[in-house]
Design a protein. Structure first.
Length: 266
């Protein structure tokens, strides 16, 4: 495949973007973060002999969606923006015969891949943590995989927005937005205080979508009202997550395509 073809240009740009992070803090954050967190979860739950898959699921995915997704997306987006700032704030890349929108889209795709890898790892590490503490019953691999996949889908708008903010205004504002997102995820997404407004707050979407796999982990009888509510949440977020994420991605690509590169954040 020649690099001059559209597919070749996509592949070459994405490959260059992927390689760019080999010697940065990005990959330790993506690969070690989930493992270290699950090690902490397993260590804590060993002190509670009655712990089972319910506790593993709660400690893993409630923390992941309310803490690690908001802050992790902010950190990864900030690191991505810092790479370009240190290399001349996109000026060298913009001199290449590659459409500006393609450069931004490649960075976004790599960021989405990084968050997907991290989320998949936390699901796998949750299974390992349950085995380590001797949780009774078989490992609910399907439920853990479903929880990881749904959390990632619901987080698409947050990841897209964080990269846009980091590119436009720098890593500092991205981290500030991530801190605000953490509070929104914990309060609006994780408590009954946000029942009326969570559909309008993207940071609350990953915690809310966990209602579906959580019902599978709880076991036993589930009320009809809980099942209906979980189904409605699932339908809404399976549409809103990719839909809003695509809108924000398109807006970011359009903004970057029209951006004047002067060496300072726009």
């Amino acid at each position: 495949m020649r690099a001059s073809t559209p597919l070749g240009a996509w592949w070459g740009t994405c490959s260059s973007e992927w390689i760019k992070y080999r010697r940065t803090f990005t990959w330790p954050l993506v690969l070690l973060g989930p493992v270290l967190w699950e090690a902490a979860v397993a260590s804590y739950l060993t002190l509670r002999p009655s712990s089972g898959w319910r506790e593993v699921f709660a400690w893993t995915f409630e923390a992941w969606t309310q803490l690690f997704i908001p802050i992790g997306a902010a950190l990864l987006a900030g690191l991505a923006a810092s790479c370009e700032a240190q290399a001349g704030d996109w000026r060298a890349l913009r001199t290449r015969p590659v459409a500006p929108g393609l450069l931004y889209a490649a960075k976004l795709l790599v960021l989405l891949a990084q968050t997907l890898i991290g989320t998949a790892l936390v699901g796998g590490a949750a299974g390992a943590a349950g085995l380590a503490i001797g949780a009774p019953g078989p490992v609910p691999w399907a439920t853990l995989a479903l929880a990881a996949a749904l959390a990632w889908v619901a987080a698409l708008p947050v990841v897209s927005l964080q990269l846009w903010v980091a590119t436009a205004r720098g890593p500092g504002l991205s981290l500030g937005l991530g801190a605000v997102g953490l509070l929104l995820a914990a309060i609006v997404g994780g408590t009954s205080m946000g029942d009326a407004i969570w559909p309008l707050v993207p940071w609350a979407w990953p915690p809310r979508i966990l209602a579906v796999p959580a019902l599978q982990v709880l076991g036993g009888a589930v009320s009809e009202a809980a099942s209906i509510r979980a189904s409605l949440i699932l339908r809404y977020l399976l549409a809103a997550g990719p839909g809003v994420g695509l809108l924000l991605s398109g807006a970011g690509i359009l903004w970057f395509s029209r951006r004047e590169v002067t060496g300072e954040p726009a």
